[in-house]
Write a protein that binds this ligand. Structure first.
Ligand SMILES: Nc1ncnc2c1ncn2[C@@H]1O[C@H](COP(=O)(O)OP(=O)(O)OP(=O)(O)O)[C@@H](O)[C@H]1O
Ligand SMILES: [Mg+2]
Length: 447
């Protein structure tokens, strides 16, 4: 039942409300605001109905205290018939409503009370929602027990308050998007949008209209005006994921937005102001791409005012038990399972794996293990064939053939970067004939 405090020095008013409301609400009666305040923390009512003129403390002073100490509790002021000034003052101070004594229209009175209870529910729901969102995307959902991650989080907290563009670097699955969202949610922009765009997923022909919008009639199919990503994210944050994949054309356009802080929709000559913080992410070595002229030098320095490097999971094994615990709880809740523990051989296997897919790989593994486990202990046989096919006695070793292929693929990638994709140059650097290089490139491209 919703709880209502009624505060009045006149006993018959207290009795009146008690009789009127006791069927539907839990009613608490107080002869003075002081008494009511002494029970506020313990009972925490949904609504306070208070008289204005009382000897020990006036309703108006009571309202002041409520506003500063209990801003979430809805307040209704009772005023004597005809004292409009007092009613107006109460509303100005933040009372939700006022009612006048004597009460001749009981229906109206009940409607006011029910409305104010609804109002207090909305307020609480909104708060819960906000807390959930903060929890989802704030910092509390980031596991960072290793020194490396602790240091990283303290940087994240600092830079969230300033507006500089940030480049997040990290292997696949290390938590780049998670960190970007945390920066946004800790920043003064948190009540505006966080828009995540995967630059690798946008066809070159659509880039301009998606990022900058278009005017009706700008091209066939443009049936109405449309805002682009930058306008959508105005006053918020845009997350440019896989920025290394942006085409040369898009790179030039992004540079212009950053320099001029305006966008032009396709088919329009009007410049629209935009205030957007840019957080970019990549799993490539962008500086190498700059050297190889695949990525614009000037854009690189514009988006990379601050760099955050998220270390791969294999370099912070201390985080593993905490991540495991976190993901087990998450998936137990999701799959409606009771408490689940891990065996020591399971844990040992996790420590010996090299985690090429980083935290995402670990999360997926725990999700599967929790889904498939019979009983309440995760044992190593749950994961052996799933990803540890290559484990022999707990030692993680690749076959010679696999290891050689991985090395060759990585070598070729670097070779082509430094030789600017020129096979003749590459052949000279590597000391292998051009035909062999050609053959190997094709092999790794298709494999
Ligand atoms: N430190 C962490 N604490 C808790 N969860 C994490 C952590 N790091 C990553 N995760 C979780 O791992 C998953 C992958 O994270 P995210 O998508 O942010 O990685 P990413 O670096 O953007 O990956 P990709 O390069 O594949 O896009 C998400 O479900 C994320 O919530
Ligand atoms: Mg990502």
């Amino acid at each position: 039942m919703d709880k209502i405090f009624v505060v009045d020095d006149e006993i018959y008013t207290l009795e009146f409300f008690s009789e009127l409301l006791s069927n539907e609400f839990e009613v608490y009666k107080f002869k003075s605001p002081i008494d009511a305040l002494s029970k506020m923390d313990k009972i925490y009512p949904d609504l306070v109905i208070s008289d204005n003129l009382m000897p020990e403390m006036s309703g108006s002073e009571f309202l002041d205290i409520m506003n500063s100490e209990y801003p979430d509790i809805t307040f209704i002021m009772m005023t004597a018939y005809g004292s409009i000034d007092a009613a107006v003052e109460a509303i100005k101070k933040g009372a939700f409503d006022f009612i006048t004594k004597p009460f001749d229209n009981i229906d109206e009175l009940l409607i006011k009370i029910k409305k104010s209870i609804e109002n207090s529910k909305l307020k609480t729901n909104l708060k819960i929602l906000q807390d959930n969102i903060n929890e989802l995307f704030g910092i509390s959902n980031i596991i960072a027990k290793s020194k490396k991650m602790e240091d990283l989080l303290s940087v994240v907290k600092k830079i969230s308050m300033i507006n500089s563009n940030i480049l997040i670097f990290g292997e696949s699955g290390t938590g780049k998007e998670l960190i970007a969202r945390a920066i946004h949610n800790l920043s003064p922009r948190k009540n505006n949008r966080f828009l995540a765009i995967n630059c690798a997923a946008i066809p070159e022909t659509l880039e301009e209209s998606l990022f900058f919008g278009y005017e009706k009639g700008a091209f066939t199919g443009a049936n109405s005006n449309k805002k682009g990503y930058f306008e959508e994210a105005n006053n918020g944050t845009i997350f440019l994921d896989e920025i290394g994949e942006a085409s040369i054309n898009l790179q030039a356009k992004l540079l212009r937005v950053i320099q001029e802080r305006t966008v032009k929709r396709v088919g329009s000559s009007e410049s629209i102001n935009v205030d957007v913080r840019i957080i970019s992410a990549t799993n490539r070595d962008l500086l190498k791409e700059v050297e190889a002229k695949q990525f614009r030098n000037d854009l690189y320095y514009r988006i990379n005012v601050i760099t955050i490097k998220i270390p791969p999971l294999r370099e912070r094994l201390e985080d593993i038990p905490y991540l495991v615990d976190f993901f087990i709880k998450k998936y137990c809740k999701e799959f409606n399972k009771g408490e689940i523990k891990v065996s020591s051989d399971f844990m040992k296997a996790l420590y010996s794996h090299s985690w090429p897919g980083n935290v995402r790989e670990l999360e997926n593994l725990i999700e599967r293990a929790v889904a498939f486990v019979d009983g309440d202990i995760l044992k190593v046989d749950l994961i052996n064939d799933q990803i540890f096919g290559d484990i022999v006695d707990g030692v993680n070793i690749d076959s010679y053939k696999n290891a050689k292929e991985k090395f060759e693929a990585e070598y070729l990638r670097k070779l082509l970067l430094v030789s600017n994709n020129n096979i003749t140059t590459a052949s000279k650097i590597a000391g292998i004939d051009p035909a062999t290089i050609h053959r190997k490139i094709n092999r790794y491209k298709n494999g």
